[in-house]
Write a protein that binds this ligand. Structure first.
Ligand SMILES: [Zn+2]
Length: 347
């Protein structure tokens, strides 16, 4: 077999010159060469050669972190992406240049967030209603929400539980029926996947539907409780769902209720405290699908020492406090990110 001609696989702009990675196919596979051209001197020199899998080992961290790509050949894009996603950039414009030359334009922001996750020592995700609406659960606050004609405070409240139990019961029974038809979407599965890879530490959620756990997430802080658990409002005993559905009373005579936080109640400290502590100390916090009207999502940029990212369909007031904002449906953005995450983590 003949050797093919040298091809330029990657070209990087350096001060006063160009650094190129060239490759050619030989009988033993690809062979690579690093070529530095100095514009002023008009000289070219081969500074390194090798036959490792993609030739990229011929480039040092300086080239990756401080120089700018000029050309990336299709043959090498996936390998370059992998290096870009794992480098911890301090030079923002070099980072953007590498992202923009190796990812499709629609995915630039998502790719940046993948890089942040892969280079973060600790990452916490906070999800809100927008995560669940894509599993066809009505969102309580949006315009399409089924509560638009009812004030939630009158039904999902300790007041209703004590004084209008029939209304309280029919409301939660309807929500449970609704939930039975919902299943996790690819966004939920993406987060579970990243936890499995050891790339995120925990998911804190304002949702009570249990879809994160259903998707496989292990460490989930349910800030507003869970609609999948039931207990006696009086003595606190945990009881099976059927006792609530059938409107039974607890042996103590108390009313049975779902384990969600009702209007008029405190957030559960056992979920709230560790979640806040983790978010304050994490390198990266990602807020997904919340309107930023609800604490703590809106306060997060102020309390964390780490970087913050916000993914939501509508970009609202307060989004400007986040370091990175991605406009889009949670499921779609997370699925895109998951594709790149799999590309670099699955071997
Ligand atoms: Zn009881």
């Amino acid at each position: 077999m003949m050797k093919t001609a040298w091809e330029t696989l990657l070209s990087i702009g350096s001060e006063g010159g160009v650094l190129e990675l060239k490759g050619r196919l030989t009988e033993d596979g690809w062979y690579f060469r690093r070529v530095v051209s100095d514009m002023e001197e008009g000289s070219r020199r081969f500074s390194a050669e090798g036959s490792d899998e993609d030739g990229l080992a011929l480039l040092d961290d300086y080239a990756w972190l401080s120089l700018y790509p000029l050309y990336v050949d299709n043959k090498i894009t996936t390998a370059v992406r992998k290096r870009v996603l794992f480098h911890r950039y301090r030079n923002e414009s070099a980072f953007s240049a590498w992202i923009e030359s190796t990812f499709p334009e629609d995915d630039w922001e998502a790719a940046k967030l993948v890089n942040w996750i892969l280079t973060s020592g600790s990452t916490v995700v906070l999800t809100g209603a927008g995560m669940s609406t894509e599993s066809s659960l009505p969102d309580f606050r949006s315009k399409e929400g089924w509560w638009k004609n009812i004030d939630p405070r009158t039904v999902a409240s300790t007041e209703a539980l004590s004084h209008h139990y029939d209304l309280f019961h029919s409301f939660y029974k309807a929500r449970l029926d609704n939930l039975d038809q919902a299943s996790p979407h690819n966004g939920h599965r993406a987060l579970a996947n990243w936890e499995k890879y050891g790339r995120i530490d925990a998911v804190a959620t304002q949702n009570v539907d249990g879809l994160h756990q259903a998707a496989g997430s292990q460490t989930v802080y349910e800030l507003h409780g869970s609609i999948r658990r039931f207990r006696c409002h009086q003595c606190g005993e945990e009881l099976p769902r059927s006792t609530f559905i059938e409107k039974e009373a607890c042996s103590c005579g108390g009313r049975i209720r779902p384990g969600v936080v009702l209007f008029g109640e405190m957030l559960p400290a056992e979920a709230w405290e560790p979640a806040m502590e983790k978010m304050e100390r994490s390198d990266l916090s990602i807020v997904i699908g919340t309107s930023l009207e609800v604490y703590p999502a809106n306060q997060l940029p102020a309390v964390t020492r780490g970087r913050t990212a916000y993914i939501n369909k509508d970009i609202q007031t307060g989004a400007g406090d986040f370091d990175l904002v991605i406009r889009g449906n949670a499921g779609e953005v997370l699925t895109t990110m998951n594709t790149y995450m799999d590309e670099v983590l699955m071997e």
